[in-house]
Design a protein around this ligand. Sequence first.
Ligand code: GLU
Length: 444
Amino acid sequence: MKLKNTEHIFETVKRRNQNEPEFLQAVEEVLSSIDPVLDKYPEYESVVNSIIEPERFIIFRVPWIDDKGNTQVNRGFRVQFNSAIGPYKGGLRFHPSVNGSIIKFLGFEQIFKNSLTGLPIGGGKGGSDFDPKGKSDNEILRFCQSFMTELSKYIGAYTDVPAGDIGVGAREIGYLYGQYKRIKGLNEGVLTGKGLPYGGSLTRKEATGYGLIYLMEEILKHNNDSMKDKTVVISGSGNVAIYATEKAMELGAKVVALSDSNGYIHDPNGIDLDAVKQLKEVERKRIKEYVKDHPEAKYFDGCKGIWTIKCDVALPCATQNEIDEESAKFLVANGCKAVGEGANMPSTPEAIEVYIENNIMFAPAKAANAGGVAVSALEMSQNSMRLSWTFEEVDEKLKDIMKNIFVRISTAAKEYGDEGNYVVGSNIAGFLKVAQAMYAQGTV
Ligand code: GLU
């Protein structure tokens, strides 16, 4: 779509953020959705002008000693993008691909996602180009301690609350939390995704994957359908993919594929989830090991081929831009009805066009994977109250949150004349709450 009201703003974004393709991609999508909103609310132009600039972007050196006694140096990041509706909130990603563009696109998306949850959390994101693959526990510990030694200066339970993302799970959050506590002497909810014995929330681990399936079920229900008996392809095999698989199976779907960054497995009889959990959560091994004990399953090198498997529902839960135009066309040709994004920005703009042209039910990341950060916000609530809710209590709240997200995005899409377009719906609904808050506070 061509920009009208916001074209000059996008020109500024391009000039200021050269060589940052992922960030520009994320901004362009949001601007094209909210452009018509400015016809109705011209006073929000200043808000748009402000929202595309992070409040603060911190870049720091992370020196750490490897097992051979050598000093390694990585780069650490934290973008504090928007605090209009609450403390900065968003995960930390440890992956060699991490750079300023990736962190900024993630932080920018987080503003709208967090707003959609209906909870008081602003947008932030962080991480490092550190590669946890192949590192010993001790190396992970030393890296996390060094990373937090610097990060601790900028975060706090009422200012900025990081969590996990790719490469940052329970083990890393534990090491980071321990170091924060030593430096600050504070037992406060400064991180979410904590272990249960020290302030974590039940259902946080499952939340992103479960939330994704709850939202897909809402969308399917709206179209007189359900997850039952659907054949599902899920990319990734981390936290999001594993618990999306679990909930999809619980609702009667058959998940036939999973992947990691090396390749994918296809098990036409349905994935043996216990085996995957053992491999990925306990042994930290590669997904290709799965076929050793599952002769009916096949392993394929490379990630793209997973989208050529015939399925009714496709759930990209691995990483950004993993479905391009060609893969989207394969999905359509194979009769796929619905796509839900468990990862952040996993579909390219061209792929999204293919979904929309072919009337695929499409749940974009900001709505579809918001369950994780929503339960993080519930973890913050429990920490503040010094109480913990049961698994069922948190799960019920998560279900309600995902239902409300569906109502928000479908209502906004309809109101702006694009019924069923949840990209437009998510961007507009997410934006409006933040815009009202920023405007009321003097657009600072
Ligand atoms: N990394 C997750 C996301 O992309 C969760 C963030 C959080 O829990 O703060 O939303």
